[in-house]
Write a protein that binds this ligand. Structure first.
Ligand code: NAD
Length: 264
């Protein structure tokens, strides 16, 4: 198959189902000729991930909980064994106790603060360390963040703090790995109804607010995110690194409620 990603091999981490942001990205990479591997968290998800992987021509699946450094080592060892190298990495993983994604941030527990930072931030650093060893100049890495890193969004709480750290980690990784010709970027996606998002308190209100107040007057889709992911992972973005690229129907540029926005 020919296409923008022909001849490139990449690992997609964080696919749960066909509503996942990871799926929006994987689909467009596959359509453009990329060869894909998928890591999933535990056996229960394998049943959902395998048919999706097969639909983009992949039989390369690895069970990997990113909180387990041995599992990460095994994942990247399997990639090295099968492919000998890696061209791109998609990190679409975040986790926090949903009991703390409602109410007040000030009530965050130490245990959940550490867990959220570990799974949602450090895991990207841990993956980047291992991926970088397999990449040649031109390699590209991508993670997913949200506007709650920049401004306070009700109920996003500790996840907002984690996303702020993830965005800064993206910039530090870009600075370190740029010397090896590797690029590291993040997409700041607008709210999309996914499994992870359903854990956030009053998520429907956030969706409505974005729809009514963003310049495009709509919410974004996983296809919108996929298009931007394809660009950032392809050679079209060869001069782009350390970037936090908003795919949010323009919501981040708005300072006030739109005049025509209905009350919700
Ligand atoms: P999703 O539920 O489809 O994906 C989240 C993934 O994280 C799942 O596949 C889950 O298995 C994985 N995960 C969680 N803990 C893990 C662990 N310990 N080890 C391995 N995998 C683990 O939801 P999504 O919305 O597609 O989330 C993907 C990324 O996009 C997340 O970082 C999320 O914060 C980010 N994001 C989502 C939105 C949104 O509105 N949905 C907006 C901006 C950013």
């Amino acid at each position: 198959m020919t296409g923008l990603m022909a001849g490139k091999k990449g690992l997609i981490m964080g696919l749960a189902n066909d509503r996942s942001l990871a799926w929006g990205i994987a689909k467009q990479l596959g359509d453009q000729g990329a060869e894909l591997a998928f890591s999933y968290q535990g056996e229960a998800l394998e049943r959902r991930v395998r048919p999706l992987a097969e639909s983009v021509g992949s039989d390369f699946l690895v069970d990997c909980d990113v909180g387990d450094m041995d599992a990460l080592d095994r994942t990247f060892a399997q990639i090295e064994e099968r492919w000998g190298g890696l061209d791109f990495l998609v990190h679409a993983i975040g986790f926090s106790d949903k009991n703390e994604l409602r109410g007040r941030f000030v009530d965050t527990s130490l245990d959940n603060f550490l867990l959220t930072m570990n799974i949602s931030v450090y895991s990207f650093v841990a993956c980047a360390q291992r991926a970088a060893r397999l990449m040649k100049p031109g390699g590209s890495m991508l993670t997913l963040t949200y506007y709650g890193a920049e401004k306070v969004i009700p109920h996003y709480n500790v996840m907002g703090v984690a996303k702020a750290a993830l965005e800064t980690a993206t910039k530090y990784l870009a600075a370190d790995l740029g010397k090896d010709g590797l690029r590291v970027n993040a997409i700041s996606a607008g709210p999309i109804k996914t499994l992870a998002a359903s854990g956030i308190g009053d998520f429907r209100y956030i969706l409505k607010w974005n729809e009514y107040n963003s310049p495009l007057r709509r919410n974004v889709t996983i296809e919108d995110v996929g298009g931007a992911g394809l660009y950032l992972l392809s050679d079209l973005a060869s001069g782009v690194t350390g970037e936090i690229h908003h795919v949010d129907a323009g919501y981040n540029v708005v300072g006030m409620k739109a005049e025509d926005a209905p009350d919700i």
